[in-house]
Design a protein around this ligand. Structure first.
Ligand code: PLP
Length: 474
Protein backbone atom coordinates (compact mmCIF):
# COMPACT_ATOMS: atom_id res chain seq x y z
CA UNK A 1 0.00 0.00 0.00
CA UNK A 2 1.35 3.39 -0.92
CA UNK A 3 1.92 5.87 1.86
CA UNK A 4 -0.68 8.64 1.95
CA UNK A 5 0.16 12.06 3.34
CA UNK A 6 -2.65 11.66 5.91
CA UNK A 7 -1.14 8.58 7.55
CA UNK A 8 2.38 9.90 7.82
CA UNK A 9 2.62 11.36 11.29
CA UNK A 10 1.64 8.36 13.45
CA UNK A 11 4.30 6.22 11.73
CA UNK A 12 7.01 8.71 12.50
CA UNK A 13 6.14 9.14 16.17
CA UNK A 14 8.62 7.98 18.80
CA UNK A 15 8.22 4.51 20.29
CA UNK A 16 7.84 4.88 24.05
CA UNK A 17 9.19 2.27 26.40
CA UNK A 18 5.81 1.07 27.56
CA UNK A 19 4.56 0.82 24.02
CA UNK A 20 5.35 -2.21 21.89
CA UNK A 21 5.85 -1.14 18.29
CA UNK A 22 2.61 -1.55 16.43
CA UNK A 23 2.57 -2.36 12.74
CA UNK A 24 1.80 1.32 12.09
CA UNK A 25 4.90 2.74 13.74
CA UNK A 26 7.28 -0.17 13.18
CA UNK A 27 10.55 0.53 11.42
CA UNK A 28 9.25 -1.49 8.50
CA UNK A 29 6.19 0.75 8.11
CA UNK A 30 8.28 3.89 8.53
CA UNK A 31 10.72 2.59 5.94
CA UNK A 32 7.93 2.09 3.44
CA UNK A 33 6.52 5.51 4.23
CA UNK A 34 9.71 7.42 3.66
CA UNK A 35 12.60 5.60 2.01
CA UNK A 36 13.11 4.96 -1.69
CA UNK A 37 15.30 1.87 -2.14
CA UNK A 38 17.91 1.83 -4.88
CA UNK A 39 17.87 -1.10 -7.34
CA UNK A 40 14.68 -2.45 -5.79
CA UNK A 41 11.26 -3.49 -7.09
CA UNK A 42 9.45 -0.62 -5.38
CA UNK A 43 6.00 -2.23 -5.52
CA UNK A 44 7.24 -5.51 -4.10
CA UNK A 45 9.03 -3.57 -1.38
CA UNK A 46 5.83 -1.79 -0.49
CA UNK A 47 4.13 -5.18 -0.10
CA UNK A 48 6.91 -7.02 1.70
CA UNK A 49 8.93 -4.36 3.51
CA UNK A 50 12.66 -4.28 4.21
CA UNK A 51 15.11 -6.71 5.74
CA UNK A 52 16.14 -4.44 8.56
CA UNK A 53 19.81 -4.89 9.43
CA UNK A 54 20.69 -3.31 12.73
CA UNK A 55 24.28 -4.32 13.39
CA UNK A 56 27.29 -6.17 12.02
CA UNK A 57 30.33 -7.93 13.43
CA UNK A 58 33.08 -9.57 11.36
CA UNK A 59 31.48 -11.34 8.41
CA UNK A 60 28.07 -11.37 10.13
CA UNK A 61 25.15 -8.95 10.14
CA UNK A 62 22.07 -9.14 12.36
CA UNK A 63 18.50 -8.14 11.67
CA UNK A 64 16.06 -6.39 13.99
CA UNK A 65 15.03 -9.73 15.53
CA UNK A 66 18.65 -10.70 16.19
CA UNK A 67 18.76 -13.26 13.39
CA UNK A 68 22.35 -13.71 12.12
CA UNK A 69 23.42 -13.74 8.47
CA UNK A 70 26.80 -14.22 6.81
CA UNK A 71 27.22 -11.17 4.58
CA UNK A 72 28.21 -13.26 1.59
CA UNK A 73 28.62 -10.28 -0.72
CA UNK A 74 30.36 -7.89 1.71
CA UNK A 75 27.41 -5.49 1.68
CA UNK A 76 27.79 -4.25 -1.89
CA UNK A 77 31.22 -5.84 -2.54
CA UNK A 78 32.62 -3.23 -0.22
CA UNK A 79 33.03 -4.24 3.44
CA UNK A 80 36.21 -6.16 2.74
CA UNK A 81 37.57 -5.98 6.29
CA UNK A 82 34.31 -7.09 7.88
CA UNK A 83 31.94 -5.22 10.19
CA UNK A 84 32.73 -3.60 13.56
CA UNK A 85 36.42 -3.20 12.82
CA UNK A 86 37.36 -0.97 15.75
CA UNK A 87 40.54 0.36 14.16
CA UNK A 88 38.50 1.93 11.35
CA UNK A 89 36.00 3.40 13.80
CA UNK A 90 38.79 4.81 15.96
CA UNK A 91 40.48 6.38 12.94
CA UNK A 92 37.20 8.10 12.04
CA UNK A 93 36.69 9.30 15.61
CA UNK A 94 40.20 10.70 15.94
CA UNK A 95 39.84 12.58 12.68
CA UNK A 96 36.36 13.86 13.61
CA UNK A 97 37.84 15.37 16.76
CA UNK A 98 40.85 16.87 14.99
CA UNK A 99 39.49 18.18 11.69
CA UNK A 100 36.05 16.80 10.91
CA UNK A 101 35.65 18.46 7.56
CA UNK A 102 37.72 20.39 5.12
CA UNK A 103 38.18 20.65 1.40
CA UNK A 104 40.79 20.81 -1.32
CA UNK A 105 39.36 23.70 -3.37
CA UNK A 106 41.38 26.85 -4.14
CA UNK A 107 44.79 25.63 -2.88
CA UNK A 108 43.53 24.33 0.49
CA UNK A 109 44.82 21.01 1.69
CA UNK A 110 45.05 18.84 4.79
CA UNK A 111 47.44 16.09 5.89
CA UNK A 112 45.16 13.09 5.43
CA UNK A 113 44.47 13.80 1.75
CA UNK A 114 48.18 14.29 1.11
CA UNK A 115 49.11 11.07 2.88
CA UNK A 116 46.39 9.05 1.17
CA UNK A 117 47.44 10.28 -2.28
CA UNK A 118 51.04 9.29 -1.51
CA UNK A 119 50.00 5.86 -0.27
CA UNK A 120 47.82 5.19 -3.32
CA UNK A 121 50.51 6.30 -5.76
CA UNK A 122 52.90 4.03 -3.88
CA UNK A 123 50.74 0.92 -4.40
CA UNK A 124 49.34 1.72 -7.87
CA UNK A 125 49.78 -1.28 -10.18
CA UNK A 126 51.36 0.86 -12.90
CA UNK A 127 53.15 4.21 -12.53
CA UNK A 128 50.56 6.85 -11.78
CA UNK A 129 51.16 10.55 -11.43
CA UNK A 130 48.30 12.04 -9.43
CA UNK A 131 45.14 11.17 -7.51
CA UNK A 132 41.78 12.91 -7.76
CA UNK A 133 39.38 12.16 -4.89
CA UNK A 134 35.62 11.75 -5.10
CA UNK A 135 32.93 10.01 -3.05
CA UNK A 136 31.55 7.11 -5.06
CA UNK A 137 32.46 4.78 -7.86
CA UNK A 138 30.04 6.63 -10.13
CA UNK A 139 31.75 9.92 -9.42
CA UNK A 140 35.17 8.39 -10.00
CA UNK A 141 34.09 7.11 -13.41
CA UNK A 142 32.32 10.38 -14.24
CA UNK A 143 35.57 12.12 -13.41
CA UNK A 144 37.56 9.75 -15.63
CA UNK A 145 35.11 10.38 -18.49
CA UNK A 146 35.43 14.15 -18.04
CA UNK A 147 39.22 13.86 -17.87
CA UNK A 148 39.26 11.91 -21.14
CA UNK A 149 37.33 14.77 -22.74
CA UNK A 150 39.49 17.43 -21.07
CA UNK A 151 42.63 15.59 -22.20
CA UNK A 152 41.55 15.59 -25.82
CA UNK A 153 40.50 19.24 -25.69
CA UNK A 154 43.92 20.05 -24.24
CA UNK A 155 45.53 18.19 -27.17
CA UNK A 156 43.45 20.07 -29.72
CA UNK A 157 41.40 16.96 -30.55
CA UNK A 158 37.88 18.20 -29.81
CA UNK A 159 36.31 15.51 -32.02
CA UNK A 160 37.89 12.62 -30.03
CA UNK A 161 35.19 12.20 -27.39
CA UNK A 162 33.31 8.91 -27.68
CA UNK A 163 33.56 6.53 -24.76
CA UNK A 164 33.37 2.75 -25.09
CA UNK A 165 32.08 0.53 -22.30
CA UNK A 166 30.96 -3.08 -22.60
CA UNK A 167 27.62 -4.85 -22.59
CA UNK A 168 27.28 -6.26 -19.08
CA UNK A 169 29.77 -3.78 -17.62
CA UNK A 170 28.76 -1.74 -14.59
CA UNK A 171 30.42 1.60 -13.93
CA UNK A 172 27.82 3.46 -11.91
CA UNK A 173 24.55 5.21 -12.21
CA UNK A 174 25.07 8.95 -12.70
CA UNK A 175 24.20 10.36 -16.11
CA UNK A 176 27.64 9.74 -17.61
CA UNK A 177 28.76 6.64 -15.67
CA UNK A 178 25.24 5.22 -16.13
CA UNK A 179 25.62 5.72 -19.87
CA UNK A 180 28.89 3.83 -19.72
CA UNK A 181 27.22 0.98 -17.81
CA UNK A 182 26.09 -1.66 -20.27
CA UNK A 183 22.99 -3.00 -18.52
CA UNK A 184 19.51 -2.42 -19.95
CA UNK A 185 17.96 -2.42 -16.47
CA UNK A 186 19.93 0.72 -15.60
CA UNK A 187 19.08 2.52 -18.85
CA UNK A 188 15.39 1.80 -19.32
CA UNK A 189 13.24 4.92 -19.07
CA UNK A 190 16.07 7.00 -17.64
CA UNK A 191 16.80 8.05 -21.24
CA UNK A 192 20.27 6.54 -21.11
CA UNK A 193 22.75 6.03 -22.62
CA UNK A 194 23.56 9.54 -23.78
CA UNK A 195 25.01 9.99 -27.25
CA UNK A 196 28.82 9.57 -27.36
CA UNK A 197 28.63 6.28 -25.37
CA UNK A 198 29.18 2.98 -27.18
CA UNK A 199 29.20 -0.59 -25.91
CA UNK A 200 31.51 -3.37 -27.05
CA UNK A 201 30.73 -7.09 -26.63
CA UNK A 202 30.18 -8.74 -23.30
CA UNK A 203 33.20 -10.95 -22.54
CA UNK A 204 31.17 -13.98 -21.38
CA UNK A 205 32.58 -16.90 -23.35
CA UNK A 206 30.06 -19.33 -21.88
CA UNK A 207 27.05 -17.19 -22.86
CA UNK A 208 28.17 -15.73 -26.18
CA UNK A 209 30.88 -18.08 -27.48
CA UNK A 210 29.88 -19.99 -30.61
CA UNK A 211 29.56 -23.79 -30.41
CA UNK A 212 33.08 -25.22 -30.35
CA UNK A 213 34.72 -21.78 -30.15
CA UNK A 214 37.67 -21.80 -27.75
CA UNK A 215 38.19 -19.04 -25.19
CA UNK A 216 41.16 -17.83 -27.22
CA UNK A 217 39.12 -17.74 -30.42
CA UNK A 218 36.30 -15.96 -28.63
CA UNK A 219 38.75 -13.37 -27.28
CA UNK A 220 40.13 -12.88 -30.80
CA UNK A 221 36.60 -12.42 -32.18
CA UNK A 222 35.78 -9.80 -29.52
CA UNK A 223 39.01 -7.95 -30.30
CA UNK A 224 38.18 -8.02 -34.02
CA UNK A 225 34.68 -6.72 -33.25
CA UNK A 226 36.12 -3.94 -31.12
CA UNK A 227 38.50 -2.95 -33.89
CA UNK A 228 35.61 -2.96 -36.38
CA UNK A 229 33.61 -0.73 -34.03
CA UNK A 230 36.54 1.68 -33.69
CA UNK A 231 37.02 1.84 -37.45
CA UNK A 232 33.30 2.22 -38.11
CA UNK A 233 33.04 5.14 -35.72
CA UNK A 234 36.45 6.55 -36.71
CA UNK A 235 39.39 6.24 -34.30
CA UNK A 236 39.69 10.01 -34.35
CA UNK A 237 36.29 10.18 -32.55
CA UNK A 238 37.06 7.73 -29.73
CA UNK A 239 38.52 8.97 -26.46
CA UNK A 240 38.50 6.05 -24.04
CA UNK A 241 37.67 2.42 -23.35
CA UNK A 242 36.56 1.46 -19.83
CA UNK A 243 36.64 -2.05 -18.39
CA UNK A 244 36.39 -3.80 -15.06
CA UNK A 245 39.14 -6.45 -14.87
CA UNK A 246 36.35 -8.87 -13.90
CA UNK A 247 32.78 -7.65 -14.41
CA UNK A 248 31.05 -7.58 -11.03
CA UNK A 249 27.50 -6.26 -11.00
CA UNK A 250 26.92 -7.59 -14.51
CA UNK A 251 27.07 -11.06 -12.93
CA UNK A 252 30.73 -11.91 -12.15
CA UNK A 253 32.01 -12.33 -15.68
CA UNK A 254 35.63 -13.45 -15.88
CA UNK A 255 37.24 -12.43 -19.19
CA UNK A 256 38.25 -15.19 -21.61
CA UNK A 257 41.93 -16.11 -21.60
CA UNK A 258 44.02 -13.67 -23.61
CA UNK A 259 41.24 -11.09 -23.93
CA UNK A 260 43.02 -8.06 -22.49
CA UNK A 261 46.26 -9.02 -24.28
CA UNK A 262 44.41 -8.47 -27.54
CA UNK A 263 42.38 -5.44 -26.47
CA UNK A 264 45.19 -3.33 -25.03
CA UNK A 265 47.34 -3.13 -28.20
CA UNK A 266 44.25 -2.04 -30.15
CA UNK A 267 43.70 0.84 -27.76
CA UNK A 268 47.33 1.87 -28.13
CA UNK A 269 47.15 1.54 -31.91
CA UNK A 270 44.18 3.90 -32.13
CA UNK A 271 45.34 6.31 -29.43
CA UNK A 272 42.43 5.43 -27.13
CA UNK A 273 42.79 5.86 -23.37
CA UNK A 274 42.28 2.78 -21.23
CA UNK A 275 40.49 3.20 -17.90
CA UNK A 276 40.46 0.26 -15.49
CA UNK A 277 37.44 0.29 -13.20
CA UNK A 278 38.86 -1.33 -10.06
CA UNK A 279 35.90 -0.35 -7.89
CA UNK A 280 35.17 -4.02 -7.09
CA UNK A 281 38.43 -5.74 -8.04
CA UNK A 282 40.76 -3.31 -6.25
CA UNK A 283 42.22 -3.95 -2.77
CA UNK A 284 42.65 -7.67 -2.88
CA UNK A 285 39.43 -9.18 -4.18
CA UNK A 286 41.07 -11.13 -7.00
CA UNK A 287 44.04 -12.27 -4.92
CA UNK A 288 46.29 -9.34 -5.90
CA UNK A 289 46.10 -5.78 -4.67
CA UNK A 290 44.58 -4.76 -8.02
CA UNK A 291 42.84 -6.64 -10.81
CA UNK A 292 45.27 -4.93 -13.20
CA UNK A 293 48.04 -7.09 -11.77
CA UNK A 294 46.10 -10.29 -12.45
CA UNK A 295 45.49 -9.44 -16.11
CA UNK A 296 48.61 -7.38 -16.93
CA UNK A 297 46.60 -4.20 -17.49
CA UNK A 298 48.36 -0.91 -18.13
CA UNK A 299 45.61 1.68 -17.84
CA UNK A 300 45.94 5.43 -18.15
CA UNK A 301 43.45 5.92 -15.31
CA UNK A 302 42.19 3.69 -12.51
CA UNK A 303 38.90 4.18 -10.68
CA UNK A 304 38.79 2.94 -7.08
CA UNK A 305 36.13 3.08 -4.34
CA UNK A 306 34.38 0.47 -2.10
CA UNK A 307 37.34 -1.46 -0.60
CA UNK A 308 39.36 1.78 -0.36
CA UNK A 309 37.64 2.44 2.97
CA UNK A 310 36.30 -1.10 3.37
CA UNK A 311 32.96 0.58 2.65
CA UNK A 312 32.95 2.31 6.06
CA UNK A 313 32.72 5.84 4.66
CA UNK A 314 32.11 7.07 1.13
CA UNK A 315 35.34 7.74 -0.71
CA UNK A 316 36.59 7.06 -4.22
CA UNK A 317 39.42 8.21 -6.42
CA UNK A 318 40.80 8.30 -9.91
CA UNK A 319 44.50 7.68 -10.29
CA UNK A 320 45.90 9.06 -13.55
CA UNK A 321 49.20 8.74 -15.36
CA UNK A 322 51.48 11.59 -16.39
CA UNK A 323 49.84 11.87 -19.82
CA UNK A 324 46.48 12.82 -18.30
CA UNK A 325 47.98 14.91 -15.54
CA UNK A 326 50.12 16.92 -17.99
CA UNK A 327 47.00 17.71 -20.00
CA UNK A 328 45.10 18.81 -16.86
CA UNK A 329 48.02 20.99 -15.89
CA UNK A 330 48.28 22.63 -19.29
CA UNK A 331 44.54 23.12 -19.70
CA UNK A 332 44.16 24.59 -16.23
CA UNK A 333 46.95 27.01 -17.11
CA UNK A 334 45.06 28.03 -20.21
CA UNK A 335 41.66 28.34 -18.52
CA UNK A 336 42.86 29.69 -15.18
CA UNK A 337 41.23 26.85 -13.22
CA UNK A 338 40.82 23.09 -13.15
CA UNK A 339 37.06 23.44 -12.99
CA UNK A 340 36.13 20.07 -11.49
CA UNK A 341 35.71 18.89 -7.90
CA UNK A 342 33.31 17.82 -5.20
CA UNK A 343 32.75 19.42 -1.80
CA UNK A 344 33.87 16.19 -0.22
CA UNK A 345 36.80 15.39 -2.55
CA UNK A 346 39.45 14.06 -0.17
CA UNK A 347 37.22 14.48 2.91
CA UNK A 348 39.52 14.17 5.94
CA UNK A 349 37.42 11.58 7.79
CA UNK A 350 37.07 9.43 4.69
CA UNK A 351 40.79 9.79 3.97
CA UNK A 352 41.68 8.86 7.57
CA UNK A 353 39.53 5.72 7.40
CA UNK A 354 41.00 4.80 4.01
CA UNK A 355 44.53 5.17 5.38
CA UNK A 356 43.67 2.88 8.29
CA UNK A 357 42.08 0.40 5.88
CA UNK A 358 45.29 0.36 3.81
CA UNK A 359 47.23 -0.38 7.00
CA UNK A 360 44.88 -3.23 7.84
CA UNK A 361 45.09 -4.75 4.36
CA UNK A 362 48.82 -5.02 4.94
CA UNK A 363 48.77 -6.07 8.61
CA UNK A 364 46.15 -8.76 8.05
CA UNK A 365 47.87 -9.89 4.83
CA UNK A 366 44.51 -9.68 3.10
CA UNK A 367 45.94 -10.48 -0.32
CA UNK A 368 47.57 -13.58 1.22
CA UNK A 369 44.27 -14.63 2.81
CA UNK A 370 42.50 -14.36 -0.53
CA UNK A 371 45.28 -16.30 -2.26
CA UNK A 372 45.08 -19.06 0.38
CA UNK A 373 41.31 -19.35 0.42
CA UNK A 374 40.39 -18.56 -3.20
CA UNK A 375 40.96 -22.22 -4.16
CA UNK A 376 38.53 -23.22 -1.38
CA UNK A 377 35.90 -20.75 -2.57
CA UNK A 378 36.38 -21.62 -6.23
CA UNK A 379 36.20 -25.36 -5.52
CA UNK A 380 32.97 -24.67 -3.63
CA UNK A 381 31.59 -22.63 -6.52
CA UNK A 382 32.44 -25.45 -8.94
CA UNK A 383 30.98 -28.09 -6.63
CA UNK A 384 27.55 -26.74 -7.61
CA UNK A 385 28.26 -26.64 -11.36
CA UNK A 386 26.35 -29.88 -11.85
CA UNK A 387 23.16 -28.58 -10.23
CA UNK A 388 20.26 -28.73 -12.68
CA UNK A 389 19.65 -24.97 -12.38
CA UNK A 390 23.28 -23.92 -12.89
CA UNK A 391 24.26 -23.04 -16.45
CA UNK A 392 27.72 -21.83 -15.52
CA UNK A 393 29.58 -21.73 -12.21
CA UNK A 394 32.42 -19.23 -12.38
CA UNK A 395 34.68 -16.96 -10.41
CA UNK A 396 38.15 -15.89 -9.44
CA UNK A 397 39.67 -14.87 -6.11
CA UNK A 398 36.89 -13.97 -3.69
CA UNK A 399 34.26 -13.55 -6.42
CA UNK A 400 31.88 -16.31 -7.43
CA UNK A 401 28.71 -16.64 -9.46
CA UNK A 402 26.18 -19.22 -10.58
CA UNK A 403 24.24 -18.32 -13.69
CA UNK A 404 20.86 -20.03 -13.43
CA UNK A 405 19.13 -21.25 -16.57
CA UNK A 406 15.87 -22.94 -17.45
CA UNK A 407 17.66 -25.50 -19.65
CA UNK A 408 21.17 -26.57 -18.82
CA UNK A 409 21.81 -28.13 -22.25
CA UNK A 410 20.66 -25.19 -24.38
CA UNK A 411 21.61 -22.49 -21.79
CA UNK A 412 18.11 -21.03 -22.31
CA UNK A 413 17.49 -18.28 -19.77
CA UNK A 414 14.29 -18.05 -17.75
CA UNK A 415 11.38 -16.25 -19.41
CA UNK A 416 11.16 -13.47 -16.80
CA UNK A 417 14.74 -12.41 -16.16
CA UNK A 418 15.75 -12.03 -12.54
CA UNK A 419 12.81 -13.86 -10.98
CA UNK A 420 14.51 -17.18 -10.36
CA UNK A 421 17.70 -15.44 -9.23
CA UNK A 422 15.66 -13.57 -6.67
CA UNK A 423 14.02 -16.80 -5.49
CA UNK A 424 17.47 -18.33 -4.91
CA UNK A 425 18.64 -15.17 -3.15
CA UNK A 426 15.59 -15.33 -0.85
CA UNK A 427 16.21 -18.98 -0.06
CA UNK A 428 19.79 -18.13 0.92
CA UNK A 429 18.58 -15.29 3.11
CA UNK A 430 16.07 -17.52 4.88
CA UNK A 431 19.02 -19.83 5.69
CA UNK A 432 21.19 -17.06 7.08
CA UNK A 433 23.38 -16.12 4.11
CA UNK A 434 22.97 -12.84 2.24
CA UNK A 435 23.95 -13.15 -1.41
CA UNK A 436 23.04 -11.05 -4.40
CA UNK A 437 21.29 -12.19 -7.54
CA UNK A 438 22.17 -10.06 -10.56
CA UNK A 439 19.64 -10.97 -13.16
CA UNK A 440 19.61 -14.74 -12.78
CA UNK A 441 23.23 -14.99 -11.66
CA UNK A 442 23.56 -15.61 -7.95
CA UNK A 443 26.79 -14.02 -6.81
CA UNK A 444 29.05 -14.15 -3.80
CA UNK A 445 31.91 -11.86 -2.76
CA UNK A 446 32.71 -12.69 0.86
CA UNK A 447 34.52 -10.20 3.06
CA UNK A 448 38.24 -10.70 2.49
CA UNK A 449 38.65 -11.65 6.16
CA UNK A 450 36.34 -14.66 5.72
CA UNK A 451 37.59 -18.05 6.90
CA UNK A 452 37.35 -21.48 5.27
CA UNK A 453 34.40 -22.21 7.61
CA UNK A 454 32.56 -19.08 6.46
CA UNK A 455 33.10 -20.11 2.86
CA UNK A 456 31.94 -23.67 3.55
CA UNK A 457 28.77 -22.31 5.14
CA UNK A 458 28.06 -20.05 2.15
CA UNK A 459 28.50 -22.91 -0.31
CA UNK A 460 26.37 -25.31 1.76
CA UNK A 461 23.57 -22.76 1.94
CA UNK A 462 23.74 -21.99 -1.78
CA UNK A 463 23.40 -25.73 -2.46
CA UNK A 464 20.32 -25.93 -0.24
CA UNK A 465 18.88 -22.74 -1.74
CA UNK A 466 19.32 -24.02 -5.28
CA UNK A 467 17.56 -27.27 -4.34
CA UNK A 468 14.71 -25.30 -2.76
CA UNK A 469 14.45 -23.04 -5.81
CA UNK A 470 14.45 -26.06 -8.10
CA UNK A 471 11.69 -27.64 -6.04
CA UNK A 472 9.64 -24.40 -6.24
CA UNK A 473 9.88 -24.47 -10.02
CA UNK A 474 8.61 -28.05 -10.36
N1 PLP B 1 32.16 0.61 -10.83
C1 PLP B 1 31.96 -0.66 -10.44
C2 PLP B 1 32.82 -1.74 -11.02
C3 PLP B 1 30.98 -0.95 -9.50
O1 PLP B 1 30.78 -2.22 -9.13
C4 PLP B 1 30.21 0.08 -8.96
C5 PLP B 1 29.17 -0.20 -7.96
O2 PLP B 1 28.79 -1.33 -7.73
C6 PLP B 1 30.43 1.38 -9.41
C7 PLP B 1 31.43 1.61 -10.33
C8 PLP B 1 29.61 2.52 -8.90
O3 PLP B 1 29.93 2.79 -7.60
P1 PLP B 1 28.94 3.64 -6.68
O4 PLP B 1 27.74 2.79 -6.43
O5 PLP B 1 29.76 3.90 -5.45
O6 PLP B 1 28.61 4.89 -7.41
Amino acid sequence: RSAQPSDRSPRRGPVFEDQTPSPANSDSARDRAGVIHPMTDLQRHDREGPLLITRGDGVMVYDEDGKAYIEGVSGLWSVSLGFAQKRLADAAYRQLMELPSYHLFRHKSHPKAIELAERLLGIAPVPMSKVFFANSGSEANDTAIKLAWYYNNARGRPEKKKIIGRIGGYHGITVASGSLTGLARNHADFDLPLPRFLHADCPSHWRYGLPGESEADYAARLAANLEALILREGPETIAAFFAEPVIGSGGVIVPPRGYFDLIQPLLKKYDILFVADEVICGFGRLGAMFGCQVYGLEPDMIAIAKGLSSGYVPISAVMMNAKIWDACYAQSGKLGVFGHGFTYSGHPVAAAVALEALDLYEEFDIVGNVQRLAPVLQAGVQSLAGHPLVGEARGIGFLGGWELVSDKATKAPFPSPGMVGLMAERHCQARGVILRALGDTLTTAPPLVATADDIARIIAVVGEALDATHADLQ
